[in-house]
Design a protein around this ligand. Structure first.
Ligand SMILES: Cc1cc2nc3c(=O)[nH]c(=O)nc-3n(C[C@H](O)[C@H](O)[C@H](O)COP(=O)(O)O)c2cc1C
Length: 365
């Protein structure tokens, strides 16, 4: 099995060298279109699902009332407009988070706005929430018969002034809440001016309250890795106080510390994803779990590459996980490898369910 895996990695390694000859956003669009084309016939999707979807029942769990066949999902940003709703399950993801979408369609930042940092297996992006708007996604979701849970990540329209942010999020929640397994309020992208300021408790409270008032769907908030520890604590306390379902931690980082790829400063602003954000992302997860335990669902995202990374996050307190950058560097079997490895850890550790493993390595509170 390991040899098979190495061969598959080797094969993707060769393909990756070719894909990496094309500018990142262009290849994203092309690969995504190819994936949609290849998986368009339902029998192809069923066959892929049989090969790649999490099959071991030990991987399944019910989180905020939603049944997840496996804990590893596609992170927000890859499928912003829900163009690939029925392919993520076939590619082995346990769920997918669509978005970020905003109340109004918008073009995002000027290109180039996505860059590979190959020596770090990382990506720098300043996409700026390019998306077709909440209304269009709602139409698409209304026609979709889910095979995996679909979460929706909502952000603020760039042109909406901060003082009207709550109304903007509310409008998206009204349209999308009834169609999503869960909603994520994204206040942590570094690429919309002023967005991360909305993480301050006084700004965040009315936004979360507005979204909660609008929908009975579980609501989570997605936070930045660059918050101070005391800001992380404040948001955790606010989330518990308001009755949120959970926290997604974390988004990309604005830090440029410790990067191996030369010339990153010259690429300009943006958030970095992949291994460079892993340490802080795991640290924020541990801090959150220590603070709130199982009063909130914690979704860990940021630099997860291997099944061992995934296992560390689960035992540190994450009920669900997500990844994006690893998909670029590891290829189409990535989600399956992660799920297979988590299942092995569960069996080796004598856990009868995923839920039993969540937080099992965390210090006693
Ligand atoms: C190109 C790109 C676009 C992204 N767009 C979004 C987005 O629209 N909304 C969001 O919440 N996160 C977005 N993210 C952040 C990811 O969801 C994730 O939080 C981050 O990349 C860390 O995970 P990773 O290291 O597995 O990539 C984006 C990431 C990348 C690389």
């Amino acid at each position: 099995m390991d040899r098979l895996r190495d061969e598959q990695h080797g094969m993707y390694g060769a393909l990756r060298r070719v894909l990496f000859l094309v500018p990142p956003e262009r290849i994203h669009t092309l690969v995504f279109a190819a994936l949609r084309g290849i998986t368009a016939p339902a029998p192809v999707r069923s066959r892929l699902r049989r090969l790649l979807a999490p099959g071991d029942p030990v991987l399944a769990s019910t989180v905020f009332g939603v049944r997840f066949p496996g804990p590893f999902g596609l992170a927000a940003g890859f499928d912003k407009d829900g163009l690939g709703l029925n392919i993520w399950g076939a590619l082995g993801f346990g769920y997918a988070e669509i978005g970020t979408v905003t109340a109004h369609a918008q073009p995002g930042n000027p290109a180039p706005r996505m860059f590979r940092l190959p020596q770090d297996r990382a990506v720098l992006n300043r996409m700026g929430f390019n998306n077709h708007g909440a209304g269009e996604l709602a139409l698409r979701l209304a026609q979709y018969r889910p095979d995996i849970p679909i979460g929706v990540n909502i952000g603020k329209t760039k042109l909406t002034p901060p003082a009207r942010a709550a109304d903007d999020y509310r409008a998206s929640a009204r349209l999308l809440g009834p169609l999503a397994a869960y909603l994520v309020v994204n206040v942590s992208s570094p690429n919309t001016p002023g967005l991360r300021d909305l993480q301050a408790k006084d700004s965040l409270r009315p936004i979360l309250a507005a979204v909660l008032a609008e929908t009975s769907t579980p609501v989570l908030v997605k936070i930045a890795p660059d918050l101070s520890d005391s800001d992380v604590d404040d948001i955790a306390d606010l989330a518990v106080e308001l009755g949120l379902a959970g926290i997604v931690a974390t988004n990309t980082t604005v830090s440029r510390e410790g990067l191996a790829t030369p010339g990153v400063e010259a690429l300009g602003q943006g958030g970095i994803s992949g291994p460079p954000v892993a340490r802080r992302s795991a640290e924020v997860l541990r801090r959150l779990y220590h603070r709130v335990g199982d009063r909130l669902v914690l979704i860990s995202v940021g630099g997860i590459e291997t099944a061992d990374d995934a296992w560390d996050r689960i035992t540190a307190g994450a009920s669900l996980l997500q990844g994006y950058t690893g998909f670029i560097y590891q290829g189409g079997l990535w989600a399956k490898h992660i799920h297979d490895g988590i299942a092995r850890h569960l069996h080796d550790g004598g856990f009868s369910s995923l839920a039993d493993a969540v937080g099992s390595a965390a210090p006693r509170r």
